[in-house]
Ligand binder design. Structure first.
Ligand code: CTP
Length: 407
């Protein structure tokens, strides 16, 4: 039995990036031998084990990664005869298909190191097509390593295009897709993920609602960048620059979907795009089974982002409705995330990235004003049930009027 370090750990060590996760491949062993050494199987019918002490993943060298049941929806062929080279050739990218032995010797039959130096994300072999999720993975790596100058090799982009056209992406489970999407959105340059998906035609398959935004103009007075797709990418870029959480990044990506539905005669205006976009946001949310907090924030930001921008002009009654819609009394953090998404939207405009966004503090102040209304005195006055609700609302409105006058 021979054991090699493989995949991301080898790649990131060569790039000088801290390694968190180590994957190992085991050549010349059987399942029985692994179990006898105390390794714990990850599941019943696939050849991946956890080390009894470190908990790291050890996989038997394998060929054939066909779609099917089993580990993450796959079936494998593993046997002690499978060589390291046979295992590596079926991996996704050359930079992920390097191995290291226990003497730190590099085993690099498919020239991963050369591609690392050339800053190229290149597939190893036609076996790339065995797993369509790799289209998303490559786009994610492109987002992660964009700052280091990495790009997708033209022949790999072509293969990704073929996979996207073949209809195979539709077969991906929402869970696997979401895992890639959410990880990609948390990279430093998440806009590159969307750009690469668009360049290979995968965006049209996965999120046609986002793809449709490219080529749709907005009024140049508010949006010097004009194109709605370009704007969406800039908003995402700002969200990453400002280290926003996943919920905010997801909401940023989907906030303007309604603009893709505007009839061309109405361009560049987008009347009621906030409302029209809601059914599209819901559809994308459900397609990927996004977590509940992501779904909720995307819907709320879609509906109310222009309220955020007009915050200083809103009547106290409209402000109150906005705060009620967000249930700021019980969910103050969600309202903070809404404010952040609005600010990223405002900053994601060409030449306006550094402009201040006074709406943010104004909204925070309004939320504090409404939240400080005390319920106890109203209870003491004898209000109950729906009347109590009305009385609280009246007091909150009073507080917001006073707030507006004082600011
Ligand atoms: N791999 C693959 N195809 C996939 C998933 C994984 O070929 N669909 C291979 C790659 O060789 C990859 C290794 O399995 O390097 C480990 O996969 P994973 O842990 O998902 O990725 P890492 O490359 O370690 O990257 P990350 O830093 O994102 O964890």
């Amino acid at each position: 039995m021979r054991i090699y370090k493989v995949g991301g750990a080898v790649r990131d060590r060569l790039l000088g990036i801290p390694v968190t996760d180590i994957d190992w491949v085991v050549v010349g062993a059987t399942t029985e031998e692994m179990l006898a050494k105390g390794f714990r199987p990850v599941g019943a019918d696939f050849p991946v084990f956890l080390h009894p002490k470190s908990g790291e993943e050890y996989a038997l060298a394998r060929t054939e990664r066909k779609s099917g049941r089993g580990y993450g929806g796959f079936t494998f062929h593993a046997s002690p005869e499978v060589t390291l080279e046979e295992d590596l050739i079926r991996r996704d990218l050359t930079i992920n298909a390097m191995a290291e032995d226990d003497q730190q010797n590099l085993i690099d039959p498919y020239h991963g190191q050369r591609d690392l130096e050339a800053r190229l994300l290149r597939h190893v072999s036609p076996a790339f097509a065995e797993d369509p999720l790799r289209v998303l993975r490559v786009a994610r790596f492109a987002a992660r390593y964009a700052a280091l100058g990495f790009t997708v090799a033209p022949e790999t982009l072509e293969l990704m295009r073929q996979l996207s056209e073949s209809g195979e992406l539709e077969a991906l489970t929402p869970e696997r897709s979401w895992k890639e999407i959410s990880r990609a959105l948390m990279e430093d340059q998440p806009q590159v993920f969307i750009e690469v998906l668009r360049a290979c035609g995968a965006l049209k398959v996965l999120m046609p609602e986002v793809d449709a935004l490219f080529g749709v103009p907005q009024p140049p007075a508010h949006h010097p960048e004009i194109d709605t797709g370009a704007h969406t990418l800039s908003v995402l870029e700002q969200a990453a620059l400002h280290k926003q959480p996943l919920t905010v990044r997801w909401a940023c990506l989907l906030h303007d979907l309604g603009k893709g539905l505007t009839p061309e005669e109405e361009w560049p205006r987008h009347i009621a795009h906030e409302f029209k976009g809601l059914k599209l946001i819901k559809a994308v949310n459900e397609r990927f089974k996004a977590p509940r907090d992501c779904q909720e924030l995307a819907m709320l930001v879609g509906e109310y982002h222009t309220h955020g921008h007009r915050a200083l002009e809103l009547k106290p009654s409209t402000l109150l409705e906005l705060l009620q819609s967000f249930d700021v009394y019980r969910r103050p953090q969600r309202f903070e995330e809404f404010i952040a998404a609005c600010e990223m939207d405002a900053r994601g405009r060409e030449g306006l990235e550094e402009r201040s966004y006074p709406q943010a503090d104004y909204l925070r102040g309004a939320s504090t004003a409404a939240r400080t209304v005390a319920v106890q005195p109203l209870l003491e006055k004898g209000f109950k049930g729906p009347e109590l609700g009305e009385a609280i609302k009246r007091e909150r409105l009073k507080a917001l009027k006073a707030y507006k006058e004082q600011v």
